[in-house]
Design a protein around this ligand. Structure first.
Ligand code: DAH
Length: 338
């Protein structure tokens, strides 16, 4: 036995393995070359008769032989098995259903924030933001809300230490924005709001609103009505009508609640609008002069309108979602339909 014999043997063994026609033939070759009574153990035994000087090189050559044969057996085995599989099924089964890559999509709440802000952008509004953690001043005082007003109640508002709270309405952005700018002001402010509501089908302690504010010389209630009328048609379709009912908010005078005609029945009365033909969408009104005074605007020189609406409510109405909680359960299968 010399080195050259081993190299030649390795080459021959690899050629035979590569040509093995089936698993049985392959196994026979494996046994012949590296099995317990195969060639390799025999050659290993022969090592003891090799002159000491040649032993290391011979030993290494035998190790290379073993590795090469082991790898070749594994490689040929995988190839034969794959071929057997393809022979059974065909390499391409055109009757298999396709593999769909599920597409990501925007959450319905984000979709509606985008849709509403886009409509107001086209009407000349820009987007403004404020913090979720707000001061009592911006959330209530600056909005002409008396100290004993119900909305300040501990049972309604999440108070934090140090005069802070989780804002209960995006109206809080109004004074923040006006205090550092001069009129004209035309902004919408989408964002999260928080109230100590017990969660049920229509309430959530965390929800979203979008606020609107337009201040300039001679802004009138007629502007409010026509702009919201336009918004309603852009959002719901050309057939939608609006209705304004008198109401009260501390920061507007006069105040209104705005209904849209029911998009399901067109106003005739159905389950969705509880037979009334109308759906309440938002609060609005003419900015109270006291709010202007707080931010240093001259109530004699400017007027303005403001409005605020709940995004979840809009989503539920537009998408026919019957339970607000479905919007937060993050069940991708449910949300994927919108
Ligand atoms: N902030 C009110 C609420 O959360 C909604 C609202 C009413 C906003 C009238 C306004 C407004 O800007 O003028 O119920």
């Amino acid at each position: 036995m010399n080195l050259q014999d081993i190299e030649n043997g390795t080459a021959r063994a690899l050629a035979e393995l590569a040509a093995a026609e089936d698993l049985k033939a392959l196994e026979a070759l494996r046994v012949r070359y590296i099995g317990r009574n195969g060639l390799l153990p025999k050659l290993m035994q022969g090592l003891k008769d090799v002159p000491a000087a040649d032993k290391p090189a011979m030993g290494q050559a035998l190790n290379r032989f073993k590795t090469a044969v082991t790898d070749a057996v594994a490689g040929r085995k995988a190839a034969l098995e794959a071929a057997a599989r393809d022979a059974r099924t065909g390499s391409l089964d055109i009757s298999l259903p396709g593999r769909w890559a599920r597409q990501g999509r925007l959450h319905p709440i984000q979709q509606l924030i985008d849709r509403t802000t886009d409509i107001f952008r086209r009407m000349g509004f820009t987007v403004a933001n404020g913090p979720d953690i707000e001061t009592e001043y911006y959330n209530f005082d600056a909005l002409n809300t008396p100290p004993d007003h119900v909305s300040r109640d501990l049972a309604d508002t999440f108070y934090l230490p140090g005069g802070l709270l989780l804002r209960t309405q995006t109206s809080a952005v109004q004074a923040r924005y006006m205090e550092t700018r001069q009129p004209p002001v035309r902004i919408v402010c989408p964002g999260r709001c928080y109230r100590r509501d017990t969660t049920d089908a229509t309430h959530s302690a965390n929800f979203h609103q979008i606020e609107g504010l337009y201040v300039d010389e001679a802004v009138s209630l007629a502007d409010l009505k026509s702009d919201l009328d336009h918004f309603a048609r852009e959002l719901m379709g050309p057939g939608v009508r609006t209705r304004f009912r008198t109401h009260f908010f501390p920061f507007t005078e006069p105040s209104v609640e705005v209904d849209f005609s029911c998009h399901m029945c067109g106003g005739g009365g159905c389950r969705v609008c509880k037979q009334s033909g109308w759906i309440e969408i938002m609060g609005a009104g003419m900015v109270d002069p006291n709010v202007f005074a707080q931010v240093g605007y001259d109530p004699e020189a400017v007027t303005g309108y403001a409005f605020g609406m709940g995004i979840e409510r809009l989503a539920m109405i537009l998408f026919g979602i019957d339970d607000i909680r479905r919007l937060y359960e993050n069940d991708g299968r449910y949300l994927a339909q919108f």
